[in-house]
Design a protein around this ligand. Structure first.
Ligand code: GLC
Length: 617
């Protein structure tokens, strides 16, 4: 090679090295700019940086502009989100599974829940507010400051919190058939929930109860599709009409679809019999019964619908695209978001990744994750990378969730602690009214109403002096509580407060009255079911316990007339005994305001309740 060519070569090498050096420097500079966000953002650029320091609060962006429509704001926000941020919006994480609050920002989580009984350190309104506020502050540390949905089961009041008003469970409201009452109760429940920072409730349950052996009958408005639809719609309206300085509460119609029509012995949960079981109704039968209340809830613009843990013809509804997309979206026009129930996506599955892909592609928008959100996030990233879940499907689900957040005021409202809104006199009066309207006379030999001047009344029974029993489950604890340690009025106290000063009321839990007490003019036995939730209440033949039957028999021996008040979540088989009783009243699960029972027993209120479900007597 000639010198010239050698020199030329040396020159060439210098030029190439210079180009490479400049290029590398340029790339480093660009990354640096990108990292410090100095580069002008193109809408589609994928940033994965979450602002841990909280210094990235976005300001004055279109999605924060109240003047724009919710659709425009949703579109703008969606266009700015990374894949990771979108995936985070699809996660509904049980708060006890979060061991590092920073994960909320790290995974861009969009929603948290307190499963029944998942309370803050201090289970007070203030404690709840602080817990939710702390979680929300973590969410504002994210790059786009997307607020969290925080959801609870408030199915008969925000009863997670001691001191909240405990309204009658839905079966009693079903007996009232009073849509205005149900709407007012739903509004009051939303108000008490919002007072603690909660902005999403998993209510109303619009299942249609078909089998009295099911442990969730009392959570429903009964077995008449029309009554369930009317009351379910009123409940959604009541919840979503509450507006606290722009901050609202989202309702959830549940459990789509057919959860109330499962068959005995078909449960996929080894501990249960019928709950989480299989439905074999035909398509047309399903549409004419179980689907009806969801139409009504959609008419009321329910923000969310929860998919049940049941199967239809052997397939999980959670995986059923026909029901979740073709019917719910294309036929019924549901615009909100679909959330899966508890561990339903993964329960009894051998391949969690495939289960997740199936659920999302069937139409589940948000996945309830009681235990593990990290695997969910990784699996979603994997599914998007390899196309098992399309980007369009991810955007569709994210859009639905964001729109619901905008409509619920999460971006615009102000988180206000209002502990004084919990358990107010007004709400308790409303609950007392509901108790009176829920009572159903099953038998009455002209004994009720009882005179307030009756000389001597004996009161006995397991549910006479027990607010825990009269409230039922989903009260502070998932399976309910026992005793009188939350505020309220027992049925016994309601009776004692109602009668004249000349009336002598004696109480004995098991009807052990002294011989010297002589005979009572009226014996009132208040008995019934101990609290149970979900499949733990599945039972082959619902009836009264032998202890309760013994109490009634003993009371009858020392009373001229006996009135039996049944506190239960469902009809009980009392056919063999009812002939011995002078009056029988279904009180369902009245909640904290037991004085509503005395209002009817002593004639201040008439019987207006009618059976929301068949009760064979
Ligand atoms: C439960 C229930 C559902 C409830 C959810 C969250 O498994 O089926 O009704 O809303 O979990 O607690």
């Amino acid at each position: 090679m000639s010198k010239v060519s050698k020199a030329h070569l040396r020159e060439m090498k210098k030029i190439i090295l210079t180009v490479i050096t400049v290029g590398l420097a340029g790339m480093m500079f660009s990354f640096a700019l990108a990292y410090f966000e100095l580069l002008p953002k193109t809408r589609s650029e994928q940033y994965v940086v979450f602002c841990q320091s909280g210094t990235c609060h976005p300001k004055d962006l279109p999605y924060q502009d109240h003047a724009l429509s919710f659709d425009e704001r949703t579109d703008d926000l969606l266009s700015r989100m990374t894949t990771t941020e979108k995936i985070g919006q699809l996660a509904l994480v049980e708060k006890n599974s979060i061991h590092n609050p920073e994960d909320i920002a790290r995974y861009g989580l969009g929603a948290l829940l307190s499963g029944a009984g998942a309370k803050p350190e201090s289970n007070t309104a203030e404690g709840w507010f602080q817990m939710v506020k702390d979680f929300q502050e973590q969410a504002t540390k994210t790059r786009l400051s997307i607020p969290l949905f925080y959801g609870v089961d408030a199915i008969h009041g925000h009863t997670n919190v001691p001191g909240a008003t405990v309204f009658p469970h839905a079966i009693g409201l079903g007996a009232s058939k009073d849509a205005d009452l149900v709407r007012d109760i739903a509004y009051a429940t939303a108000k008490e929930a919002a007072a603690t920072g909660v902005n999403w409730v998993y209510s109303p349950n619009v299942d249609i109860a078909q089998d009295m052996r099911w442990g969730r009958v009392y959570e429903t408005f009964g077995s008449d599709p029309s009554n369930v639809s009317t009351l379910g719609k009123a409940s959604v309206e009541g919840i979503q009409s509450f507006d606290n300085e722009g901050l609202k509460v989202a309702a959830t119609a549940k459990h789509y679809l057919g959860n109330g029509a499962t068959e005995w012995g078909s449960s996929t949960n080894k501990d249960f019999k019928i709950d989480q079981g299989n439905v074999t109704l035909s398509d047309i039968a399903l549409r004419q019964t179980q689907l009806t209340p969801f139409r009504a809830a959609i008419e009321a613009n329910a923000q969310s619908i929860m998919v049940g843990l049941n199967q239809w013809n052997g397939e999980k509804v959670i995986f059923n695209k026909y029901l979740l997309t073709d019917v719910l979206r294309n036929e019924l026009g549901f615009k909100g978001f679909v959330v899966s129930d508890w561990y339903g996506v993964y329960e009894n599955e051998t391949d969690n990744y495939q289960a997740l892909v199936k659920a999302i592609n069937a139409g589940v928008d948000m996945v309830m994750l009681p235990f593990d959100y990290k695997t969910f996030s990784n699996d979603m990233q994997r599914a998007l990378k390899n196309g098992d879940i399309s980007k369009e499907r991810l955007d569709e689900a994210t859009r639905r969730i964001l729109k619901a957040k905008f409509e619920t005021g999460l971006f615009d409202g102000v988180l206000l602690e209002q502990a004084s809104d919990i358990g107010t006199i007004e709400h308790r009066a409303l609950a007392q009214k509901a108790v009176s309207e829920s009572l159903v006379s099953l038998k009455n030999n002209k004994v009720v109403p009882i005179s307030k001047k009756t000389p001597k009344i004996f009161v006995a029974g397991s549910a006479a002096n027990n607010i825990g029993m009269q409230s039922g489950a989903w009260t502070v604890e998932w399976q309910g509580i026992d005793g009188n340690w939350i505020p309220g009025t027992t049925i016994l106290k309601g009776i004692q407060d109602k009668v004249s000063s000349s009336t002598k009321v004696e109480y004995s839990l098991v009807a052990d009255f002294a011989e010297t007490s002589g005979l009572a003019d009226i014996g009132i036995a208040v008995i019934g079911e101990r609290p149970y939730a979900e499949g733990w209440g599945d039972i082959e033949s619902p009836t009264l316990s032998s202890e309760d039957l013994m109490t009634i028999a003993k009371l009858k021996r020392v009373s001229k007339k006996v009135v039996v008040v049944i506190v239960s979540g469902r009809p009980l088989n009392i056919k063999d005994f009812v002939k011995d009783w002078d009056a029988v009243i279904a009180a369902w699960l009245p909640g904290s305001e037991g004085q509503g029972v005395a209002d009817v027993l002593f004639g201040d209120k008439p019987f207006v309740g009618v059976l929301p479900i068949i009760w064979d007597l």
